[in-house]
Ligand binder design. Structure first.
Ligand SMILES: Cc1cc2nc3c(=O)[nH]c(=O)nc-3n(C[C@H](O)[C@H](O)[C@H](O)COP(=O)(O)O)c2cc1C
Length: 188
């Protein structure tokens, strides 16, 4: 799949199959993260792949109610990091979250090209996740990436989620957040 096609095809889908993900595909996801750019090549991400009964069960139990759809996923990737593991510039620019976002964005495209869904979420109890997996206190659990093959049963979705499944949620108009030459000057 061309990168441009993966960019168009990627969606935060919520209807997942319980089919497990083949090890070579999991390896391809890991490689896409490892090759991602990061400030000074610091690679601040720490990922816990949960696909075994006990860890997966514990992470599922930490999901917010609105993320019940994610309980079908055969793989949940717990993304952790801490600021001192990446560039920290004197004017307050901490790059650890940015670099984790880059790596996960790249992984989302890789997943899409493999026919997989890789859907990052913020709705979970991070303290529960940290306790269950032994994540050190000084790390932030930035996101859980819900991974699986697309499914057909949408019974775990709310009406709003069903609507988002059918159609990509709207984006802001380009001129609202992309400017030409000067802040606020809408790009056309
Ligand atoms: C940091 C982050 C947190 C998100 N948290 C959730 C979440 O808790 N539950 C959920 O269903 N979707 C979550 N999403 C998915 C977004 O709602 C989705 O990406 C957005 O609506 C755009 O839809 P699209 O990715 O299909 O284009 C999250 C996405 C990101 C990047």
């Amino acid at each position: 799949m061309e990168v441009a096609d993966a960019v168009e095809a990627r969606r935060a889908r919520r209807v997942l199959s319980e089919r497990s993900i083949e090890p070579d595909r999991v390896d391809a996801l890991i490689r896409s993260v490892r090759l991602s750019a990061s400030c000074f090549n610091n690679q601040p991400w720490r990922l816990v792949f949960c696909s075994g009964g006990e860890s997966l069960g514990a992470v599922r139990a930490a999901l917010a109610k609105g993320n019940a759809w994610a309980t079908r996923a055969p793989l949940i990737i717990v993304v952790c990091a801490r600021a001192p593991d990446d560039c920290q510039l004197s004017d307050g620019r901490d790059y650890f979250l940015f670099d984790c976002g880059l790596a996960i964005g790249q992984m989302e495209l890789q997943a899409t090209s493999l026919g997989l869904v890789a859907h990052p979420i913020a709705g979970y109890d991070p303290a529960k996740v940290k306790r269950a997996l032994g994540v050190p206190d000084d790390h932030v659990v930035i996101t859980l990436v819900i991974c699986g093959y697309p499914g057909t049963d949408d019974s775990l979705l709310s009406d709003k989620q069903r609507e988002a499944e059918r159609e990509r949620p709207d984006r802001k108009a380009v001129g609202e957040n992309v400017f030409s030459d000067r802040w606020g000057q809408a790009h056309t």
